[in-house]
Write a protein that binds this ligand. Structure first.
Ligand SMILES: Cc1cc2nc3c(=O)[nH]c(=O)nc-3n(C[C@H](O)[C@H](O)[C@H](O)COP(=O)(O)OP(=O)(O)OC[C@H]3O[C@@H](n4cnc5c(N)ncnc54)[C@H](O)[C@@H]3O)c2cc1C
Length: 331
């Protein structure tokens, strides 16, 4: 177990109601402990303890990478509540690499179809064998080096966090021993990753943080829909579905030549649709026969399409927990 402590310069009554509200939004229980209240989140546990006019928050995670993510979650929450000015983190050893960062080297970058580049990185990716499917690519100013930690365990971004581009990507494939990962980049005009991918050279260092985000799905019936950016996530979900899962998957790509070979488990059918033909993912969702009973729908595409998908999901009676309609990118 890894732990750190945050001291908040506000009484518990100024912090706890916001946390309870956020926990309710996430459908997470707030529990009583001998010292105060605790909330179990995806990355670990936050225990809130009243200490006079101040509040102590103890963060506990199974490993250092999850602890960094839990810390980022609390910082984000305090930002939303306008309380970020009142936090002091416990002091730790400075200078180490952030525990959620992995630095590897490019061993391959190839154009696998007209609109996709596959990158393979070699390094220690063992923690990506479990947990979320996603990571953040770290693209920063040239020559300033990778992020490190300060004496409170916080991440120090060379040049300032605002100059770093940190887009989310998906582990498309991983070596069973975690010695390499692969990810597929959808090449689109004007993208910073597009330019970065065009200039990649073997041996080049690449840093990323993760894993995080959605994991594999488990439901008797699944409906999985994604555009080019969610192609790797949908394929991972298809491949990782427990035996006996039934369902339908639809992936939207620009053209036939971008179709990838996928071994689908018996019971899941995969259909490819094409921008060139005027196909859309939302039409695919509207024509999908979503059965009653234990079911799960995952829809990932451009922001406005994800909003349309949420509307359709509500119309056909999908409840919270039965559907995730996510914006993977925005126009
Ligand atoms: C959880 C998650 C997982 C993801 N996994 C992957 C993945 O495995 N592979 C992948 O390719 N993408 C993936 N994405 C999407 C990716 O993060 C975004 O497309 C991101 O904007 C790419 O950054 P960029 O530097 O290319 O573009 P930016 O520099 O951020 O944006 C530049 C311009 O490109 C436009 N743009 C961004 N994405 C697209 C697009 N798809 N089509 C057309 N225009 C676009 C923007 O509107 C903007 O105008 C994922 C996103 C999420 C949230």
């Amino acid at each position: 177990m890894e732990r750190t402590t945050a001291c908040l310069d506000v009484p518990v009554g100024a912090f706890l109601p916001g946390l309870i509200r956020r926990a309710a939004e996430l459908e997470v229980e707030v529990l009583d402990t001998p010292r105060g209240k605790s909330v179990n989140l995806f990355y670990g546990t936050l225990e809130v303890i009243e200490t006079g006019l101040r509040t102590t928050v103890e963060l506990t995670s199974t490993d250092g990478a999850h602890l960094v993510n839990l810390r980022d979650t609390l910082t984000w929450h305090l930002d939303q509540e306008g309380l970020n000015h009142c936090i002091t983190w416990a002091r730790m050893r400075a200078g180490a690499s952030p525990a959620n960062m992995a630095v590897g080297r490019v061993v391959g970058a190839s154009q696998i179809s007209p609109n996709f580049t596959r990158v393979r990185l070699a390094g220690d990716y063992t923690r990506f064998l479990g947990g979320g499917l996603h990571f953040r690519l770290l693209l920063g100013p040239a020559g300033l080096g990778w992020p490190s930690t300060d004496e409170t365990g916080g991440t120090v971004w060379p040049g300032g966090v605002e100059v770093w581009h940190r887009p989310a990507y998906t582990v498309r494939d991983i070596c069973p021993e975690g010695r390499w990962i692969e990810f597929d980049i959808f090449r689109h005009e004007g993208g910073r990753v597009n330019d970065w991918a065009a200039a990649l050279t073997p041996g080049e260092e690449v840093a990323l943080t993760g894993p995080g985000g959605t994991g594999l799905t488990e439901a008797a019936w699944v409906g999985l829909m994604g555009d080019e950016t969610a192609l790797p996530a949908i394929i991972r979900m298809i491949r990782g579905a427990p035996e006996g899962t039934r369902g339908e998957a639809v992936i939207l790509v620009p053209e036939q030549a971008d179709v990838q070979a996928v071994e689908c488990p018996v019971g899941i059918t995969l259909r490819w649709i094409f921008r060139k033909n005027g196909d859309t993912l939302i039409d695919a969702f509207r024509s999908m026969q979503v059965p009653e009973g234990p079911r799960y729908v995952y829809f990932a595409a451009e922001k406005a399409e994800a909003a349309d998908a949420r509307e359709h999901a509500a119309k056909i009676g999908l409840k919270r927990g039965e559907v995730h309609a996510l914006a993977y990118w925005a126009k």
